[in-house]
Ligand binder design. Structure first.
Ligand code: F6P
Length: 530
């Protein structure tokens, strides 16, 4: 791989000062440097990628055998090598697709049977007196369904869904306050059913329900791979929806972890979401690399993060209902590819996954876009926009939203020269030294890269496409970097130390063996705790 990285680095150095805008002098750039599947368009023409760079990037895919790894993943091979597991979230949306074999056994009958049970249960809840659903989970057992429930608000016709994740008592207290325990369903979503935050919140919710006239025996459901633990918690098997360890936490919203979403939008809406994911799977498996959305999204990300060295990436959906999407992508990308060693234990050759952050447009424009436009760091931006909103009576809002989205990518690329800034200042009546001083503050370097994902409407199918697109993007990046995207050992050390600190905080053990800072902080907290 080293030679491939070197070629790309050379290309970057040769072209770094080139104007992105000048690339549009060649006719048809927007069409040539974009990819489409169905009604979804990924435009990466506002980047410094040209035909030679794209070929060199695509060579990375072949060198890393992305196609072989992709087929191995879809085929049920244990590509999560550090945990010896298959990676088969794609099986959860493989509706009427082919058999998927794990250790020689087809997993699809089990997947489809669980999906049928979910449909029946969701329908039963939607037809019942339940008014509110509280999903208790964290990380992948929270971010996906919470994001999707917000995203598909126009399709809600079921009970209202709430999400509790943080072990901070504020979260569960603020959520349960005002809910009627007699008409609330609590879903405990935890792959392992051991996560301390989730289990602490679940016990608190159970006590609340018992104290307030509800019946945890009928009003609790569990989503987990650990049937023994859900039974020990007291949740009857009929209210438990299981899945297998080949579904990673941050990839799990397509199965039982998506139950809250299914209850909110109904089984038909959930099916459409699965169909969107499945459509992206088929596209990823069949499209040529330069027409393949996940591959090109990954390669643009690699170009910016690993070759150009830009340390972060902003996800900027111009859709209020996607305001949780940056959080969701943060876990998806950073927990998957934020690693320092390759599959074989050797160090990664280049930097690993970038920092992913962002917010819904236009809110971000009035917060952090200043840095994106004029700060000294380059932040590649990933814009998203629907051609239509869900509020036809307020179409002018959507037009304004769209104009802002397109204006931002144009401004990032075009910038504003000192000459233009001077002319503007002159027109405003300034002259001399004051004009010079003011003009310099109004210069935009420009030449800042961005991509735009555009689609007709944020409906369940499209949301499924978007989520699967980013899942596969993370997969491709991980394969190219040689990383196992499907483990998360980096979260363990903090968990272990929290367990050892708990008795110290509770006052049943002392801080012996802790570093001076930690011991001093424990002392301060003890001194000030009531
Ligand atoms: O943060 C680590 C992690 O294991 C995530 O990968 C996972 O999504 C989250 O914790 C929750 O885990 P569980 O679903 O087992 O409670």
């Amino acid at each position: 791989m080293t030679q491939h990285w070197k070629t790309l680095t050379d290309l970057h150095h040769q072209t770094a000062d080139r104007s992105i805008l000048s690339l549009f002098d060649a006719p048809g750039r927007a069409g040539t440097f974009s990819a489409q599947t169905g009604d979804m368009l990924f435009d990466y023409s506002k980047t410094n990628i040209d035909a030679e760079t794209r070929s060199a990037l695509i060579a990375l895919l072949d060198a890393a055998d992305v196609a072989g790894r992709r087929d191995a993943m879809f085929g049920g091979a244990p590509i999560n090598e550090t945990e010896g597991r298959a990676v088969l979230h794609t099986a959860l949306r493989n509706l009427d697709g082919p058999a998927v074999l794990v250790d020689g056994a087809d997993v699809m009958p089990g997947v489809l049977a669980t999906l049928d049970r979910m449909r029946a249960y969701a329908t039963q809840i939607r037809d019942s007196a339940i008014t509110d659903v509280v999903n208790i989970g964290i990380g992948g057992s929270d971010l996906g369904p919470a994001m999707a429930v917000d995203a598909l608000a126009p399709y809600h016709d079921g009970p209202k869904c709430h999400f509790v994740s943080n072990v901070d008592a504020a979260h569960i207290s603020d959520t349960l306050r005002g809910l009627d325990a007699k008409t609330t369903l609590v879903i405990v979503a935890s792959k392992t059913f051991t996560t301390i935050e989730t289990m602490t919140n679940a016990r608190t919710a159970k006590a609340w329900m018992q104290e307030n006239g509800g019946d945890p025996g009928t009003q609790f459901a569990a989503l987990s791979t650990a049937a023994d633990k859900t039974a020990a918690f007291g949740i009857p098997a009929g209210q438990v929806f299981g899945f297998e360890d080949w579904v990673g936490g941050r990839y799990s919203m397509w199965g039982p972890i998506g139950l809250a979403l299914m209850i909110a939008v109904g089984p038909k809406g959930f099916d459409a979401f699965l169909r969107g994911g499945q459509a992206m799977d088929l596209h990823f498996q069949s499209a040529a690399w330069d027409e393949n959305l996940p591959a090109m999204l990954a390669l643009v990300g690699i170009w910016h993060a690993q070759v150009c060295g830009y340390g972060s990436r902003a996800v900027l959906p111009y859709d209020q209902r996607l305001s949780r999407l940056p959080d969701y992508f943060q876990q998806l990308e950073m927990e998957s590819n934020g690693k320092g060693v390759q599959m074989d234990g050797s160090p990664v050759e280049v930097s690993s996954g970038p920092v992913v952050w962002g917010a819904a447009g236009t809110n971000g424009q009035h917060a952090f876009y200043q840095l994106i436009h004029q700060g000294t760091r380059v932040v590649p931006c990933e814009f998203m926009i629907a051609a239509n909103g869900h509020e036809p009576d307020l179409a002018h809002h959507h037009q304004l939203l769209t104009a802002n989205c397109l204006a931002q990518s144009e401004a990032l690329m075009r910038g504003r020269s000192l000459e233009d800034a001077r002319a503007n200042m002159q027109a405003a009546g300034l002259a001399g030294a004051e004009l010079e001083r003011q003009a310099r503050h109004r210069v935009f370097a420009g030449n800042r890269p961005s991509t735009t994902l555009a689609y007709p409407l944020l409906d369940p199918f499209t949301l499924g496409q978007i989520v699967a697109l980013y899942e596969h993007r993370v997969f491709v990046e991980g394969v190219v970097l040689g990383i196992n995207s499907y483990d998360q050992w980096g979260v363990e050390l903090g968990k272990e130390l929290a367990t050892s600190l708990q008795p110290v905080i509770e006052g049943t053990a002392d801080a012996a063996g802790k570093d001076g800072s930690t011991a001093s902080l424990v002392g301060f907290i003890h001194q000030h705790s009531a």
